[in-house]
Write a protein that binds this ligand. Structure first.
Ligand code: 7TS
Length: 398
């Protein structure tokens, strides 16, 4: 049976050469880098090399901090909760602005800050293309705004946001700017310094690195109250014994992903566009967002008259792994919040099918997937009462 993985925005396969490089640090070179003996020292060169790769791969200056965390969720929570202690508590600021299509790590952390600590959370609207207008931020921001938080690229639609311009507006109003770059790193060129962001979050497993390791970029000189107190690891910013194998793996995965950016932008983009063109031949199908403004690997298609779970099940039987949206938000099985936020049709009579490619996909896989998606849509519509007449009572109140 064929196995075709098209859910790379959920997670990616670890690159075999990354795994090879990590192995010694899971086997023989197991010392704690903070130990003074030879076991500890044996890890230092690898850690140094890895940090150098990370700084250069992310466009960080030596004066900035790149702090290793366990995942993007941790990095995001750290920024949002740290901002509460540093910028809101005991200061005159009381609000955070987030885009309407952030990952649940942002949404849930903000809901916590709002419910438990009285922080005012304002939502920057997204336009019908699935991105934000700089003018909307200008209209909404005030001297009470502590932080503006907008993702670099969206995990469902792949849409790329105007980070540099948004960060500039935040700074003009005395606010800090955090971008969740989890879906941008490794897919498009990111340079945190020249983008002018204050904080940026990322996760290694989204770019063919290992799970359980991510990072937070913190611009030179910025304070951020620590969430994890303990030993003085990472310059006292984040305590906990270093995940040497993870750090080595993440750095090598980033180096490889950056080397492959041209390939991502030509070969993967071409396969993505080919698959998208095929899907668009199905009647009553639309795709969210202009191709040129999306990361090269992502398609979010709205398919009328097909139930999402049934589509995924059918594709799964054919060996194809796809998703109806983020695996982090199970309610997306029937209604997709991102599609609702951007005003695209997303209700019980439409499936939001997310297909996300990687450099490990081949052209024949894409041809097969296109065939199977078309066949599944046809088959499921034939047995669907909703496609025949799409009764209005099926649509959710908007
Ligand atoms: N931010 C974005 C934009 C993401 O896409 C994800 C994971 C995260 C944060 C969290 O990353 P983690 O490594 O901490 O888990 N997104 C998805 C997704 O789209 N489907 O499954 C996971």
């Amino acid at each position: 049976m064929k196995e075709i993985y098209l859910d790379n925005n959920a997670t990616t396969m670890i690159d075999p050469s990354v795994f090879e490089l990590m192995k010694p640090y899971l086997e023989n070179i197991y010392g704690n880098p903070n130990s003074l003996h030879r076991y500890g020292q044996a890890t230092h060169k690898a850690l140094n090399d890895a940090l150098n790769k990370l700084y250069s791969g992310l466009g960080a200056s030596d004066l900035d901090d790149v702090i290793i965390t366990s995942c993007a969720t941790e990095s995001i929570n750290w920024v949002l909760k740290g901002i509460y202690f540093d910028e809101i508590l005991n200061k005159d600021k009381n609000e955070i602005i987030i885009s309407g299509v952030e990952h649940p790590a942002v949404g849930a952390a903000c809901a916590f800050l709002e419910a438990r600590l009285g922080v005012k959370v304002k939502t920057l609207p997204v336009n019908s293309e699935g991105t934000c207008n700089v003018d909307d931020l200008k209209a909404m921001i005030s001297d009470k705004t502590a932080l503006v938080n907008v993702m670099w690229a969206n995990n469902e639609t792949g849409m790329i946001f105007p980070i540099k311009e948004l960060a500039q507006v935040a700074h003009e109003h005395g606010a800090l700017f955090h971008t969740d770059a989890t879906q941008a790193v490794g897919k498009i060129k990111v340079d945190f310094r020249s983008a002018g962001v204050d904080f940026a979050s990322f996760s290694a497993h989204k770019f063919h690195g290992p799970k359980g390791v991510g990072g937070l970029y913190i611009k030179q000189g910025l304070k951020l109250t620590s969430l994890l107190h303990g030993g003085e690891h990472m310059g006292g910013r984040r305590s906990g014994t270093l995940n040497v194998a993870g750090i080595v793996g993440m750095a090598e995965a980033l180096r490889l992903a950056n080397l492959m950016l041209d390939y991502e932008n030509s070969h993967i983009r071409r396969l993505r566009d080919k698959l998208e063109d095929e899907i668009l031949t199905i009647p009553d199908v639309s795709v969210v967002g202009i191709r040129a403004n999306r990361v090269p690997n992502t398609i979010l298609a709205s398919i009328k008259g097909v139930e999402g779970e049934a589509m995924l099940w059918d594709l799964n039987k054919a060996g194809i792994a796809a998703s109806t949206g983020s695996a982090c938000a199970s309610e997306t099985l029937e209604s997709n919040p991102i599609m609702e936020a951007i005003g695209a049709e997303a209700d019980l009579a439409h499936t939001a099918l997310r297909l996300s490619l990687s450099r490990f996909n081949t052209e024949s896989e894409i041809d097969y997937a296109a065939e199977q998606i078309k066949a599944a849509a046809k088959r499921l519509r034939a047995i669907s009462s909703t496609y025949a007449y799409s009764p209005s009572w099926l649509k959710k109140d908007k």
